[in-house]
Design a protein around this ligand. Structure first.
Ligand SMILES: Cc1cc2nc3c(=O)[nH]c(=O)nc-3n(C[C@H](O)[C@H](O)[C@H](O)COP(=O)(O)OP(=O)(O)OC[C@H]3O[C@@H](n4cnc5c(N)ncnc54)[C@H](O)[C@@H]3O)c2cc1C
Length: 493
């Protein structure tokens, strides 16, 4: 355990909760005999973007919240880069840590895209900048906000099993060192990441899952003198697709650059022996990045992950819910997992406030409707065979169309669904023109893209139906907050 604030050290007094399963006691419950003693209203396993944010929102509403994490805090989250989109920054502002993030991390307003040598610069408004804070700093800010709101944080505490009563989850057991403790609660939340213990214990079924076709390796370099001063580097972040590698450069705090690469998984096997040498060689082959790392060594270790699986999991059941990566992990190249976790934490807090399992079920269905389009986009954009001829045709056309670049910015700000980015008639026209110029592969690729579009449309119809079956008013409101409305998908279907 860490920290010194009074709120942090305060032991919560037991609070009653109804046997009927309401997470919060109503006045009538308190008067009647139908009450049970629970240690907390909500116990959350996992104390980073999803868990700490949720704890903060709930504690502010007066809930008794216990936040557990197996790691010592504050600590770096080793397997994540740090890109936060504007909608994620909105949530950080609501939590009250947005300004602290802005004060230590440079804003990202201009993103340079590179597709096989074709460049575009996407420009964001000042108040819609993105940020890449190191996780140790960000997660610490969120945990402090949760503690200041009245949540209790216990780090180095690993959740190992659940407590059940008549089939309903009503608490968990956790180890700190070799000491086991049991905490009972009205609701147990798994915010414990993609390898979630809570998800395993409740046997949350997976759907729309697939194995990542790419690995990711990255390291930090001190910003060189040419960064920003040389006209070649008048941008804040870089996404490149060169040969069959994806490359990124993000500016992060400590005046450092995060530079990384996502090679296809088969090639990553050969990286394992010498990730430092392999990363350096890949980066040196990209002229733009080569200029940033020339003559310099990375600060600290090269980090990487070779085996990722992207999926959705059932996110709510009797006495439990999963938030953030525990319930949905998407293609990391989108750089959207933290933003997603923050948005989910905010909307889940609203659902928990409703005080019953039906609201949680509706939240789960609304999450799916909001998240499925990006999941499909990630599968296409992060595919093994990229960049395809079709991608490079579209990219090249976009570079000449400021209106389309503006729409791309709207997608990144989550104001527009990625599948509403390009008019179908334009894409078909560009494909035919490219095919007639001898780029035959585009015909095969447009058929595959159409197949994916139909699959998405079918999936959205099914998910929207499930959402409608689970209620009406609440989830439309939440879905709207998540960025795009299910209704537009209904009419598109
Ligand atoms: C290579 C890579 C790059 C990425 N880059 C980006 C990016 O640039 N931008 C972005 O938005 N997203 C990125 N992501 C995704 C992002 O890391 C996740 O979406 C985000 O961290 C999810 O937050 P979370 O709170 O749900 O889970 P996590 O951040 O994974 O936190 C889960 C916490 O649960 C704790 N925990 C686990 N098991 C237990 C247990 N049994 N008991 C107690 N505690 C437990 C862990 O210690 C951990 O602290 C990337 C992911 C990867 C793999």
């Amino acid at each position: 355990m860490r920290g010194t604030s009074t709120a942090y050290r305060r032991e919560p007094s037991p609070r009653p909760i109804t046997q009927s399963g309401s997470h919060y006691p109503r006045k009538a419950d308190l008067r009647g005999a139908n009450v049970k003693q629970r240690d907390y209203d909500v116990v959350i396993a996992g104390a980073r973007c999803a868990g700490a944010t949720l704890a903060c929102f709930l504690a502010r509403e007066g809930a008794r919240v216990l936040l557990l994490d197996k790691d010592a805090m504050p600590s770096e989250h080793v397997l994540s880069t740090h890109w936060i989109a504007p909608r994620g920054m909105d949530v950080l502002d609501e939590v009250g840590v947005g300004e602290a993030v802005r004060s230590v991390t440079p804003a990202t307003r201009i993103i340079r895209g590179n597709m096989e040598g074709k460049l575009i610069d996407l420009e964001f408004a000042d108040d819609l900048s993105m940020y890449c804070p190191r996780r140790k700093r960000l997660d610490d800010l969120l945990q402090n906000a949760a503690v200041a709101a009245g949540a209790r944080l216990r780090d180095r505490t690993r959740v190992t099993s659940l407590v059940r009563e008549n089939g309903r989850v009503c608490g968990l057991r956790a180890f700190r060192g070799d000491r086991e403790q049991t905490f009972t609660a009205g609701l147990v939340i798994g915010a414990d990441g993609r390898h979630s213990t809570v998800a395993r214990l409740v046997e949350a079924e997976e759907y729309l899952g697939y194995d990542a076709p790419r690995a990711s390796y990255w390291a930090y370099w001190d910003s060189p003198g040419c960064w920003k001063s040389d006209p070649a580097y008048r941008f804040d972040a870089y996404f490149g697709f060169v040969a069959d590698d994806m490359r990124i450069v993000f500016q992060t705090d400590h005046d450092q650059l995060l530079i990384g690469c996502s090679p296809p998984i088969e090639r990553a096997e050969s990286w394992r022996a010498d990730p430092r040498g392999a990363l350096r060689a890949a980066m040196a082959s990209d002229p733009l990045i080569a200029g940033l790392i020339r003559g310099a060594e990375p600060v600290g270790k090269v980090r990487g992950t070779v085996k990722e699986r992207y999926f959705f999991r059932r996110a709510a059941g009797s006495g439990w819910a999963l938030v953030g990566d525990a319930g949905h992990h998407k293609e990391v190249a989108l750089g959207d997992g933290m933003t997603e976790a923050l948005l989910q934490a905010r909307s889940l807090a609203g659902a928990i406030g409703e005080g019953n399992d039906q609201a949680l079920a509706r939240w789960w269905r609304a999450r799916d409707v909001a998240a499925v389009p990006l999941h499909f986009l990630g599968r296409m954009a992060g595919g093994r065979d990229g960049p395809t001829e079709l991608m490079s045709v579209v990219f090249s056309r976009m570079s000449r169309r400021p209106d389309l670049m503006e729409r791309m910015v709207a997608v990144m700000e989550r104001r527009l669904s990625p599948f509403e980015l390009l008019p179908l008639s334009s894409v078909l026209g560009w494909t035919v023109a490219a095919g007639l110029r001898g780029r035959w592969a585009v015909f095969k690729e447009i058929i595959e893209a159409g197949r994916q579009g139909l699959a998405l449309s079918r999936e959205m119809r099914a998910r929207t139906r499930l959402l409608c079956e689970s209620g009406t008013a609440w989830e439309v409101r939440q879905d709207h907050r998540a960025g795009w409305r299910s209704r537009s998908w209904k009419s598109a279907a």
